[in-house]
Structures are given as structure tokens and as C-alpha cells.
Design a protein around this ligand. Sequence first.
Ligand code: ATP
Ligand code: MG
Length: 511
Amino acid sequence: MPHLWSHFVTQVPAIELIGIDKKFGPVHANKNINLTVAKGSIHGIIGENGAGKSTLMSILYGFYQADSGEIRINGKPVQIKDSQTAISAGIGMVHQHFMLVENFTVLENIILGAEGGALLGKGVAHAHAELKRLEDDYGLEVDPDAVIEELPVGLQQRVEILKAMYRGAEILILDEPTGVLTPSEADHLFKILGVLRDQGKTVILITHKLREIMAITDTVSVMRRGEMVATRTTKETSVEELAELMVGRRVLLRVEKGEAKPGDVVLSVRNLSVKDNRGVTMVDNVSFDVRAGEIVGIAGVAGNGQSELLEALSGIRQPSAGEILIDGQPIGKASPARLRELGLAHIPEDRHHMGLVLKFEEYENSVLGYHRDPKYGRGMMLDLDAMKRDAVEKIEKYDIRPPNPRLKTANFSGGNQQKIVVAREIERDPRILLIGQPTRGVDIGAIEFIHKRIIDMRDQGKALLLVSVELDEIRALSDRILVMFAGHVVGEKSTDASEQTLGLMMAGIAA
Ligand SMILES: Nc1ncnc2c1ncn2[C@@H]1O[C@H](COP(=O)(O)OP(=O)(O)OP(=O)(O)O)[C@@H](O)[C@H]1O
Ligand SMILES: [Mg+2]
């Protein structure tokens, strides 16, 4: 009865990382990491910003080389010296920032660089057939002839997954894949990952959202300060336990706040319309007020005009109609710099395009836009020491890691980059703060901290406008909620409105 043996022979794991170690100068990003992932499972990796998650996966994908340690795939030791080797070993990765060629079609992007390569290689017909098969097998529907830049992010991400599957990936790594997705896109992604698992593929998922970990993973590992500190079977753990393992202390998953005491109207928007770069009206005749001492939340599915609204309010984009008033005075065509002088600060949604210059050192970004302040020198003479001292204070207060104001900003982890922007804008002590997606990519300990700071600002009498696609965040922080759909404010609700009510309004179904 030979099959009895199978009870005693454990299946060879898909992935084994043994003693992986990696330093970037003085930063010990991965310390002697051991990790085993079973074939045909979904394994989550969580940890604070800068814990070393992306580094570890970049080593597995051949983007970085470990200083020491071993990688085994299906039990066999492999040297993954670049992404090409990783792909040959059956490993695919979907990056946080997509690596697609924007003006190519889906099909062109998928064939590009694949085995047998160029369009002429195996032939377009073959690729079409192969795509059709992937679509049928995994529910990965996309129009092969669509041009990438015209697809919503959710579909662009699907193209990244298709690209990996087309190259024969047996192991798929996703680094914070849901940060840019709408809730329904995220649900669809999880369905696809479930199908991949059922077909025997192995998935590694990095995320800060513990609800996602609980919903779709089989096992989960926790990293802290470069170390792998725990691995759990998902069914046997809880959000609370994971939060504590990550941060090393108990975390408030929802910050406490008292009653708001709104004062005078500080910021007003009157019949405002705003067009996007293509000339499409994205904000359509919107009016509202924000008072001192209150947080007005704007809920909505991404792409319903919130981004253009924030851009108009911060002076980055000129409205096509209507007015914006500060203290009752129309701001006209005030520049962002002039608005900063009037006491308006802005945490932009997209830190890479608007919040930071990645090639600058941390301390430079820490005063970006405010470097003309007399605090940092006069005229052409910048007082670099004053800037650095100021940066160090923010680094300590916001726990930005590593605590090095001279490090190039690109070399901070995603969540720490976000903290640099948040610290700069909040510490400016503005009267009006526009906040776009303040905690995207930020770990739960830092979310707690940022949320507390936002509520402190309210209690000090500042006027705050919060735009977030995270309904939980809107409900936890706002004193009033405006829902945006298709460029309109479709209604106002108090914060005790249910998730369902708000969800229906966001989908344009109920007002
Ligand atoms: N190319 C690099 N040069 C210097 N330091 C780096 C580089 N890449 C990463 N680091 C550092 O290594 C550490 C781990 O970073 P990593 O990006 O792996 O964190 P992470 O866990 O993915 O964080 P996040 O949740 O914020 O994305 C951080 O301190 C980071 O600043
Ligand atoms: Mg990362």
C-alpha cells in the first residue's frame, strides 16, 4: 500500500528562505530571516513601515542580492541573481508601482520581454490564445487591445498579474496590492488570488490591512525591525494579536475623540467646478463650508472628483467655475505658495508626484515648500543646520525610520516617506489642513499616531478637510461626512451613518 507513505512524507515547501541577511550601509534591513511557505497556500507578511518586508521580497525576486543566506524553491537551492532568474524559477512579482509601458496595449505589455519575446516570436495569435486560457482559468479578464494608460488601476494591476502568469509563474508575490484599489477591485483581486491558490499556485501577500490578512491568507508572518518575529496559522490568530506582534504594544484600532466645537467658517467652496487634464469636468458645481475646529470628511470611490477638488483647493489646479474663499475672501488665482502664507497646508494624495522629491535628502523634503521661512535663513542664504535640526525633531516626534536626515528620500520605505510628508505639513501648524489619503501604505501603529495628531489639530481649532477612500478612516475621524459621486456632493451624513448607507451613496445608488 504505497500511498500510505504520503502520510509520512511532508510536501516539499514552495519557498524556503534560510538565514537571509541584508544590510544597506548601517541599516540592517533583514536579520537572519527564516521563512517557509507551503505550496498552494496564500501567505501574508505584515510589519511596521521599514520592517524589511519589501526588501525580503525583492531578494526573492532577484532585485537585491542577500549578503548571506539561502533560497530554496520546491526544495532545490537556487541562486537568484536577477529578475530573469527569478522568472525562470517560476517566481512572479506585482510591484507597488506598476512597471507597465503606459502607451502600449495589454497584449504588447504581456508579450514584451517574455520567453520567445517580440511580437513576431511565437506570434500574436498564440499570445491571444494563451491570454484567453489565462482568462478562463483564473477569471483574469482584460481587453488585450486596450491601451494601458486608459485602464483603471485595478485593471492595470490585473495586467501585471497576467504578465506574471504568462511567464509561467508558480509563485506570485504582491507588495501592498490593495493600496490603490477601490473596495470592489480589491474584492475581485482576492477572488483571483483564491483561484490561483486552488490551482496549486503559491501566493505571498504583503499588506498593512489586517482585515485582508484575516480574510484571505492561510498563514501569516510578522516582521519587526528586520527580524521575523512570528508565524501563525491565520485561523488561530486575531487582528488584536497581530497588531500587538507587529508594534510590540497594544494598538488602538480606533482612536478616541470628544465632541467637536466648531467655530467660524474658515474655508468655503461656492459652486466650484474643476476639469481634469483631458478637459473632463470632474468636480461639478460643488459647495460646502469647513469651520474652525471640525473635520469634514469626503467619502467616495477613487476617481469621483475628490483628487481634482483637493488640487483646486491647494492652488495646483485652476477651477473652471465657482469660487474658493478663505475667511470669506475669494482666493482668486492664488498660487500654492501664496495659499501656504494664508495658513493652508496640504498633505497630497500622491506622495511620489506631489509630496516629495525622491532624489533629495530627507531634511530637504522635510522643509519642502517652506524653505523660504526666515527660520531657515534669509534671502539666498539657507541655514542648512537649522533645517537639519528641524528635520531631526520631526524624525523623533513621528518616529521616522531610519532616523537619518541625510538619507536620500527614495531609500526610505513607503510608509516612512508618507510620515515625512505628514510631519512637514502638520508641524507647520497651519490654520487649514487639506488631507488626502493620509495613511496610505502606513502601518497601524503610525496610523494611530497620525489619527491622534489630526484630532489634536481639530481640538486646537484648525479647519480640516479629509479625503480618503478608506471608509473606516472617514468614519473614525470626521465630524461630518460629505459623499462625492460623479463630481457631485450627493449628500451629507453624520458619522453614525452606517457603512452600508454610505456605501450605497458612494455607488450613486442612494442619496
Ligand atoms: N536601496 C536602499 N538603500 C538604503 N536603505 C534602504 C534601501 N531599501 C530599503 N532600505 C531601508 O531598509 C529598511 C527596510 O525597508 P523596506 O522597504 O524593506 O521596509 P517595508 O517593511 O517594506 O516598509 P513599508 O511598510 O513602509 O513599505 C528601511 O529602513 C529602508 O529605509
Ligand atoms: Mg514596503
